[in-house]
Design a protein around this ligand. Structure first.
Ligand code: TYD
Ligand code: MG
Length: 462
């Protein structure tokens, strides 16, 4: 019942784009979907999962009103941050893909999760196609993990992996990484689209048939997708991305797809010399080096998923009369930065055309929401004019091309977080009506345009 049907499998040949996974019955030189050249490779695909009988599983349609609502039983992992991102814990039988750049800490995270599960007397199978048992032993010693209850196998052949899982009957299984797994009966190198897709599919079936949660890591490509967009993400139940800058110790676990919960939650970790540590109060950590009234520095209450998070945005402007001016964006969107510089030049009269401008989000965080626009604009203007921001100020607002300020979502939660960390003033886009929230501890400074915000938020020059 649990076999992967290898004996009965039938195969057919298709041509698959190794960049994006598009299938074609004949070879193509140019992929019509992702525009890649010479990317099609012949691939044998298994036909056994296309059954001839219409209802092979015996499943019958049920009227929805007659269905009893059942809650998913969930395993609570030892990390509350991971439980939160998963929507309240790990659902048995779910296949969770953890994607991230090499070296970001995926193996570390999964080994720590395995150890926390094993501590609760659960049997964990940890399969690695990348590392030997000695390498993993070294890492586990560094993390202070004894390893009781964790069964390690170094094996890239997925058929052997599935056989081992059958014998072990674990309560949690980890496969690190999907790109190193291969199946003899599938064409292509390990890591090719056809291998990755077929391996994921078989793992998904194993997890569902045995009702065991399965965590799989995947390296992301340069474009930031796991082995081609849309190829894996629709097979698995949950897609998590583990992100962070290599030079920074902070890591963000973000959910991109979750069949059992919302995708708005994030978990924040710090990579220490003893592995990943959860960060309980991220705003405080990210502002630990912040000093009030610093030239070129603004604090912005952003939202990371559902969580308000205070980040510091710094800007430095320096005259450059000889070469074309340079703009460097670390942690903010480059095109957004160009837009804000253009608005400051045209709508607020700042002569930035001969200035090199560097904008940086401290702590190595990435903030992509438009609510940080005003903070970036104020930081640049503060550095350019040598004018400090007024004391105890945070700023938020989206900047439009005409220099107007636009409202942002969940203003009250962002302001509440700023108050919690001791900020006294909040520069915001002008409110159309009286706010529904009432904060006695904060002065709301409303501005209609970027020019007005600069007048209200910065002290006099010099
Ligand atoms: P790893 O989990 O191997 O990353 P991935 O599986 O995503 O490729 O993590 C590798 C990095 O983490 C490595 O550069 C060292 C660092 N690290 C620590 O800083 N502290 C630790 O306790 C561990 C185990 C790793
Ligand atoms: Mg790894």
């Amino acid at each position: 019942m649990k076999s992967n049907n290898q004996g009965k499998s039938k195969f057919k040949s298709v041509f698959v784009c190794q960049q994006c996974g598009k299938e074609s019955p004949k070879w193509l030189g140019h992929c019509p979907d992702c525009q890649a050249w010479n990317s099609f490779a012949e691939t044998r695909v298994t036909l056994s999962r296309a059954p001839s009988s219409p209802h092979p599983s015996g499943n019958k349609p049920q009227e929805l009103s007659q269905v009893q609502k059942g809650d998913f039983p969930r395993f609570q992992l030892g990390f509350t941050e991971v439980n939160r991102v998963l929507g309240g814990g790990l659902v048995p039988g779910s296949l969770v893909l953890v994607g991230g750049e090499p070296g970001i800490g995926k193996s570390t995270l999964l080994l720590q999760i395995s150890a926390l599960m094993a501590e609760c007397s659960k049997v964990v199978a940890y399969i690695s196609g990348e590392e030997s048992v000695n390498q993993v032993k070294l890492r586990s010693e560094r993390l202070g993990i004894v390893g009781k209850g964790i069964y390690f196998l170094s094996e890239p052949d997925l058929a052997a992996v599935l056989e081992c899982l059958e014998g072990l009957s674990p309560q949690l299984a980890v496969v690190d990484s999907i790109q190193t797994m291969y199946l003899e009966d599938v064409a292509g190198m390990p890591g090719s689209i056809s291998q990755v897709r077929e391996c994921t599919w078989r793992l998904e079936r194993w997890a569902k048939q045995n009702n065991v949660p399965l965590l799989v890591t995947g390296h992301v490509t340069k474009e930031g997708a796991i082995a081609g967009p849309g190829t894996l993400e629709h097979i698995v139940d949950v897609v998590l991305y583990f992100e962070g800058e290599p030079f920074s110790n902070y890591r963000v676990l973000r959910s991109a797809k979750n069949r059992f919960g919302s995708t708005n939650e994030v978990g924040i970790f710090e990579m220490s010399d003893k592995g990943l540590v959860e960060v309980d109060n991220p705003s405080q950590v990210f502002l630990s080096a912040y000093k009030d009234e610093t030239m070129g520095s603004m604090v912005v209450p952003t939202l990371e998923g559902n969580r308000p998070l205070l980040v510091e945005i710094q800007a430095l402007t320096t005259s450059n009369n000889f070469a074309p001016p340079r703009r460097i964006a670390n942690g903010v969107d480059f095109n957004r930065l160009l837009l804000i510089i253009a608005v400051l030049t045209k709508r607020a009269g700042l002569k930035l055309f001969n200035q090199d401008i560097i904008v940086n989000v401290t702590g190595g965080l990435k903030v992509n929401e438009p609510a940080v626009d005003l903070g970036i604009a104020l930081a640049i203007a503060s550095s350019f004019r040598d004018a400090k921001p007024i004391s105890g100020l945070v700023a938020l607002g989206e900047v439009g091309l005409n220099g107007e300020l636009r409202g942002v979502s969940q203003l009250d939660r962002r302001i509440a977080e700023a108050i919690r960390l001791g900020f006294q003033s909040c520069l915001i886009p002008r409110l159309k009506s009286k706010p529904s929230f009432d904060f006695a501890d904060v002065q709301l400074i409303q501005a209609g345009s970027v020019a007005e915000a600069l007048r209200l938020g910065l002290t006099k020059e010099g």
